[in-house]
Design a protein around this ligand. Structure first.
Ligand code: 5CA
Length: 417
């Protein structure tokens, strides 16, 4: 990411997102948002800076420890840079929603977080300032709350699939968020920090067979629950050997890209977030929280898709649809003019095209584009005629096509995705 100019480090664990990296992150964010909206979650935006008061009410102000960045304002009031938003969203909820009739509610935002990690490492994978989608569910009963949990479970599987990733839900520990029930969504990668133990057959589950319908979502959860799949904190060798035959056992490393929690009234009780029931009694709302590491995903997709020095973005998040590559020499504007014509033509057809008009030599350009990972290239080189060009799929086959044919192909590829 540093070499392609996607990001630049600003200080330990804090990065600027440069145009190329920012474009990819925004595309990931859009997919995450669309899948949240599809299950009926509503977007809001909470601030990054929070008051310490609500954290004192929940009891987490002291528990959270050194990972929390604490700040004092000019009035000497204690503030903090939010590492997560359970308290803040509960505070918003308790002051606006009073009746069981308004439940269930699913709320989310996509906002920067800060955690003062002791050892920020692997670039955007474990950094101090990162971009996260965090959602919160509010229900009256445990049973309804588990249904909300399952909705997010399905929506996460769909989100990661659209990003061309196979993320496996693993039973996990709840850490500082708390609660009893939790799944980490982990993608397999050699460089990952999470150790996972699972039944290989879990990869065969087809999520396309399931709709947003209550029963269908429940069936999907049950299918996953049948297979052993845990992170190392929950691992027990005896259980693993008992439940999974040797040939189906998978021990691997992975990257946690999402994490969901159910914690009932852990926050609503101390923060007095209750609703009135039909019979006049009050009940503390039952809550869950659901996170996706949007900025981490940029690095995670690279880890999952990088092979033999070639990186190829999934169509859904590629920074550009196609790159125009040719050799440009000082004083010779023939190639430059041709490429600019192609560039304008594709732009008019709403194709997101990048033209490398630098004077680097061709082999350096090919190396650069292997790294940047734009999935298609238009090459003006030895095989080019006046009206036909090389159209190459990165790490794939080359065809000789007219610009009209190239345009139609690119539009078709985009529609398929
Ligand atoms: N409040 C809950 C759910 S919204 C929560 O904060 N969960 S979390 O701690 O598991 O974080 C959610 C996701 O954010 C993780 O799955 C991971 O993808 C991402 N994330 C967490 N810490 C970092 C970090 N230091 N750097 C980059 N991404 C991170």
């Amino acid at each position: 990411m540093l070499r392609t100019g996607m990001i630049k480090q600003s200080s330990a664990g804090i990065y600027s997102w440069l145009p190329l990296g920012f474009k990819v992150m925004k595309k990931i964010e859009k997919i995450v948002r669309e899948e949240q909206n599809k299950i009926g979650a509503q977007e809001l935006l909470m601030p990054t800076i929070q008051s310490a008061e609500i954290w004192k009410e929940s009891g987490r102000y002291d528990d959270y420890g050194e990972e929390m960045l604490r700040i004092k304002d000019r009035q000497n009031r204690e503030m903090l840079y939010g590492p997560t938003n359970e308290e803040q969203v509960t505070e918003i909820f308790r002051s606006s929603v009073k009746s069981y009739k308004s439940l269930p509610q699913l709320l989310y935002h996509i906002q920067w977080k800060f955690r003062d990690e002791i050892r920020p490492r692997f670039g955007v994978m474990r950094c101090r300032e990162f971009y996260m989608k965090d959602a919160y569910s509010f229900d009256v009963t445990d049973e309804e709350a588990l249904f909300s949990y399952n909705k997010f479970f399905l929506s996460y599987l769909r989100t990661f699939k659209r990003l061309n990733l196979t993320a496996i839900p693993m039973a996990a520990d709840t850490g500082p968020i708390g609660g009893e029930l939790s799944h980490e969504f982990v993608i397999l990668a050699e460089t990952g920090e999470s150790k996972i133990y699972s039944d290989k057959r879990i990869f065969d589950i087809d999520i396309n067979e399931h709709s947003n319908d209550d029963n269908s979502i429940k069936e999907l959860r049950d299918k996953f629950d049948k297979f052993y799949a845990v992170t190392d904190e929950k691992f027990n060798k005896e259980n693993f050997d008992k439940k999974v035959e040797k040939e189906n056992q998978l021990h691997a490393k992975g990257i946690e890209v999402g994490h969901i929690f159910y914690f009932g009234d852990k926050y609503s009780k101390p923060l007095k977030c209750s609703v009135d029931l039909q019979d006049g009694k009050k009940v503390d709302v039952k809550m869950g929280s659901y996170g996706i590491g949007v900025s981490r995903l940029v690095g995670a997709i690279i880890e999952a898709k990088f092979n033999n020095n070639i990186m190829k973005w999934p169509q859904s998040v590629t920074p550009f649809d196609v790159a125009i590559i040719t050799s440009i020499k000082k004083g010779d504007s023939e190639n430059l003019n041709k490429c600019e014509k192609i560039y304008r033509f594709l732009k008019e057809s709403k194709i997101d095209v990048l033209f490398d008009d630098t004077e680097d030599n061709l082999s350096a350009k090919f190396k650069k584009f292997d790294l940047i990972g734009i999935p298609y290239q238009i090459i003006l080189g030895s095989k080019t005629t006046d009206d036909k060009f090389e159209f190459k799929e990165l790490n794939g086959k080359t065809e000789i096509l007219t610009i009209e044919e190239i345009k139609n192909k690119l539009l078709k590829i985009r529609n398929l995705n």
